[in-house]
Design a protein around this ligand. Structure first.
Ligand SMILES: Cc1cc2nc3c(=O)[nH]c(=O)nc-3n(C[C@H](O)[C@H](O)[C@H](O)COP(=O)(O)OP(=O)(O)OC[C@H]3O[C@@H](n4cnc5c(N)ncnc54)[C@H](O)[C@@H]3O)c2cc1C
Ligand SMILES: *[C@@H]1O[C@H](CO)[C@@H](O)[C@H](O)[C@H]1NC(C)=O
Ligand SMILES: *[C@@H]1O[C@H](CO)[C@@H](O)[C@H](O)[C@H]1NC(C)=O
Length: 558
């Protein structure tokens, strides 16, 4: 029902149209069409109600369809679940302000998390279990400067971004028999070493340059996913295919192997492909280059501006949840989700209490989550079984300042860098040749400055026995912590993805993981799901705010 305009109220939209049209007509009349468009655009920009899409007036912000309060359950408090709560709450605040509804009146969010911590696969461990020591990432350890959601969140929450390197101790590539490549000790793990003289000498200048160019081209496409105008034009997406194809990061990359891409698209030379590129996919996704799809390979090589959050990346997700005002129920496992006439009933192991919700954001891998799978019979599109890489992370403390040269068939006293990456290419070319017993070893600095005790992280596909650890370091570790993760999907080449919304109102956030699995892309998965819901509920569109810097979602910088 229209309300008469009073001072202090937003000026009605038709009024702006009138002003814009009048001025534009006047200027057109004086034969200055360019000026006319510019004036029209700037006057329109003054309107709190207007939306400019590619310089044109598209639509006014329609009032929310229906102001009934919504209830949402999020299952899982990892990157995707926390980001879903964050984006949902921002959208709710925006919808409330547009509708003049009280703060907090449109949405209730409950987050269920079976673990006793926030972060899921993004979590830390303390050396010796001592919380006064510097924690080490046990799961997701780095993000890059192209990961704008995480970078912006760090800024918003005042979290300190740090360099994930702890002292440059060099990089080597091990094939199970010998070191194929080694940098000097000054070069760090994520940066510097690609430009080093050692690289030039072994691989030449062309391959590193071609790789940088190929990855740069993909990052440019990826950047669209944060561009307000591009997003407003694209709108929300219904499935992973649409998401990936619209960004130009679809089948052309996911249905071929990284090796094919490296040789035929990047056109890198054989040594670079077999050693450097393979080492990257092995450390990032525990996959050889011929086993992983090209997008997974490209992401493994996009290490520009590697960053981490001081104190642990999980703090980003903790802050997102806090900011959202969601009710977070830790140590609460969802055991069943049943569809109702309208919405869903969620039962948890907490006294088997049930609660009803309008929508579910399922923010964990479906098949490995302990929830009853009877809901599957209601799915209009099944969630295919997804294989995850079983990754063994071994954290240890040792008094050895580097691994034992003898283990690597080197003379006593010969250098062994602090980061040892691996390749399976020798073993593939020569059946019977030894394979590396691990994916990567990385030194992470001293327990505390001057302690003479070093923290080391090892990734492997099998458990590493105490004997093997003593062999590798020439000494018994002073502390060992083992964790087995269902870490990320086996990123085999594929042209089909799980449904983003297997049934109406049920959003599946792990659907994006076989496309690529990172903290950032899981926040994007959450944002896409939230965009679908808030469009329907409140007519809030992705990227509809004009200031691109503020428009990382559907809110207008609040
Ligand atoms: C060792 C390792 C290294 C990695 N390195 C990087 C990296 O350097 N950079 C990067 O960006 N990514 C990295 N990743 C990938 C990254 O961790 C994941 O892509 C991302 O964290 C997944 O977030 P998510 O929220 O989708 O899932 P998760 O983090 O798995 O969160 C799901 C949550 O749901 C909870 N849950 C499951 N079922 C239920 C239930 N029934 N009821 C209640 N709660 C439930 C789980 O306890 C969990 O907390 C790494 C992963 C691993 C394992
Ligand atoms: C934890 O580490 C701190 C700092 O090195 C040390 O002072 C303290 O004694 C340690 N605590 C335990 C229980 O070992
Ligand atoms: C629910 O399950 C979680 C995770 O398994 C557990 O930590 C918690 O104690 C359980 N709670 C109850 C009330 O059984």
């Amino acid at each position: 029902m229209p309300v008469p305009w009073r001072r202090g109220m937003p000026i009605p939209y038709p009024f702006y149209i009138l002003v814009v049209c009048t001025i534009a007509t006047l200027i057109l009349f004086t034969q200055q069409p360019e000026l006319a468009t510019r004036v029209a655009a700037s006057v329109t920009a003054l309107s709190p109600l207007a939306l400019i899409n590619f310089g044109q007036v598209k639509q006014e912000f329609a009032p929310p369809n229906d102001l009934r309060p919504r209830r949402v359950a999020i299952v899982g408090a990892g990157a995707s679940g926390s980001a879903a709560a964050f984006f949902l709450s921002r959208a709710a605040r925006e919808a409330e302000s547009r509708a003049g509804a009280p703060h907090g009146s449109l949405l209730d969010i409950v987050v269920y998390e079976r673990a006793d911590y926030i972060g899921g696969r993004t979590t830390v461990v303390y050396p010796h279990g001592n919380t006064s020591l510097r924690p080490v990432e046990l799961g997701a350890s780095i993000f890059v400067d192209a990961n704008l959601n995480l970078v912006k969140a760090a800024k918003l929450f005042g979290l300190e971004i740090v360099d994930p390197e702890f002292g440059g101790t060099g990089v080597a590539i091990w094939d199970g028999t010998e070191f194929l490549f080694m940098t000097s000790a000054e070069k760090g793990r994520w940066s510097g070493w690609w430009d080093s003289l050692a690289v030039l000498r072994r691989y030449g200048a062309l391959s590193p340059m071609r790789q940088r160019r190929a990855v740069g081209a993909l990052l440019k496409k990826f950047a669209h996913l944060y561009d307000a105008r591009w997003l407003a034009n694209r709108g929300s997406v219904a499935n992973v295919d649409e998401f990936a194809e619209s960004a130009g990061l679809g089948k052309v990359l996911t249905s071929r192997t990284g090796e094919d891409w490296a040789r035929n698209v990047v056109k890198a030379n054989a040594l670079w492909v077999d050693e450097i590129m393979e080492a990257s996919t092995r450390v990032n996704y525990c996959a050889d280059l011929n086993q992983i799809h090209a997008l997974g390979a490209a992401v493994s090589h996009a290490s520009g501006g590697a960053s981490a959050i001081s104190g642990g990346n999980f703090r980003l997700f903790e802050a997102m949840l806090k900011h959202s005002g969601a009710e977070v129920r830790l140590q609460t496992e969802v055991d069943a989700i049943e569809p109702l006439d309208r919405g869903f009933r969620v039962t948890s192991n907490h006294s088997h209490l049930s609660d009803d919700y309008d929508e579910i954001f399922f923010a964990a891998p479906w098949h490995t989550s302990p929830v009853s799978k009877t809901l599957s019979s209601h799915f209009t599109q099944p969630i295919p079984k997804q294989q995850y890489v079983r990754l063994h992370v071994t954290m240890l403390a040792t008094n050895a300042p580097h691994a034992d040269p003898l283990y690597f068939f080197r003379g006593p006293g010969e250098a062994v860098p602090g980061t040892i990456l691996t390749t399976g290419s020798t073993a593939r070319a020569h059946p019977g040749a030894a394979r590396p017993e691990f994916q990567s070893i990385s030194y992470h600095g001293e327990t505390y400055d001057g302690s003479g005790e070093w923290i080391v992280k090892i990734f492997s596909k099998a458990e590493l026995s105490n004997d093997l650890l003593a062999d590798i370091f020439g000494d018994n570790p002073t502390w060992v912590y083992r964790k087995v993760w269902d870490s990320y999907p086996v990123l085999h080449p594929t042209a089909s993805f799980p449904p983003m919304q297997p049934m109406q109102g049920f959003h599946y956030l792990a659907s994006l993981e076989p496309w690529v699995s990172t903290m950032e892309t899981q926040t994007l998965s959450a944002r896409e799901a939230v965009a679908r819901s808030v469009q329907r509920w409140w007519n809030l569109g992705l990227g509809e705010c004009r200031d691109a810097d503020q428009s990382w979602d559907m809110t207008c910088g609040k």
